[in-house]
Design a protein around this ligand. Structure first.
Ligand code: PGA
Length: 248
């Protein structure tokens, strides 16, 4: 299965000149075979995707309606027509700071799939999730709520990417253990399999995110059944990010 290394720049960097420099260095240093997707702040997306068409681009969120009176929201049409094919949905920080609910994420997921964008559904994160077991339990509910009612044929062939991102590992410099990540990847596959069968489950890429750095990649590669990483902080450092790509 294809591997994905997705860089989530969050609300960084603050100027286009810095974003341009970062993308250019990542492109120059990229020697891996994985699909590299960068998710910059949406206000840099149009210019960056035009300037670096060899990279894949994504948005960090997308609203569930195509257009209308929704102040401040981002439309799938904008994302699609400005060079992005991927959208992060349900990121832990949106669940925590903006109280994005499982139901809201479910609506976004349906819309994004309809608009032929590839959703990267983040599970395992949210307010008050501090223990590894809590994150696994939340991931199960978040995943089930998000896909409920979506026909299997729509999700077949890797149309959806799932990223397991436990809150306590995000931005802390303390990634989850390979054992925990392997358990999360199995749980996610079992969940998908119980709804849609093993063919769809086996065809769905599962990524890990939470303080990913180059030093943990070789260990995770051996011990967990992952198809890549969702990288936050380390994706702002071109050299470190390129090492992650190369080692994956
Ligand atoms: P981090 O962020 O790599 O900085 O922990 C990951 C994410 O939030 O996607």
């Amino acid at each position: 299965m294809k591997k994905y290394i997705i860089g989530n720049w969050k609300m960084n960097p603050s100027t286009f000149a810095e974003a341009d420099r970062l993308a250019s260095r990542i492109q120059m240093l990229n020697r891996g075979s994985a699909e590299v997707v960068l998710c910059p702040p949406v206000y840099f997306l149009a210019q960056l995707s035009k300037k670096f068409p060899q990279l894949f681009w994504g948005a960090q969120d997308c609203f569930w309606e195509a257009s209308g009176a929704y102040t401040g929201e981002i439309s799938s049409e904008y994302i699609r027509t400005h060079g992005a094919a991927f959208v992060l949905l349900g990121h832990s920080e949106r669940r925590m700071y903006l109280e994005e609910s499982d139901e809201m994420v479910a609506k976004k997921l349906r819309h994004v799939l309809k608009r032929k964008l590839t959703p990267v559904l983040c599970v395992g994160g949210g307010e008050g999730l501090r223990e590894p077991e809590q994150c696994l339990a939340a991931a199960r509910i978040q995943l089930t709520t998000a896909v409920r009612g979506i026909p299997g044929k729509i999700l077949a062939g890797g149309r959806i990417i799932i990223a397991y991102e436990p809150t306590w590992a995000i931005g802390t410099g303390r990634p989850a253990t390979s054992k925990h990540i392997a358990a999360a990847a199995s749980l996610i596959r079992e969940q998908i399999s119980s709804h849609y069968g093993t063919i769809i489950a086996d065809g769905t890429p599962v990524l890990y995110g939470g303080s990913v750095n180059a030093s943990i990649v070789p260990k995770l590669k051996k011990k967990s059944n992952l198809q890549g990483y969702l990288v936050g902080g380390a994706s702002l450092n071109a050299l470190e990010f390129s090492k992650i790509i190369e080692l994956s």
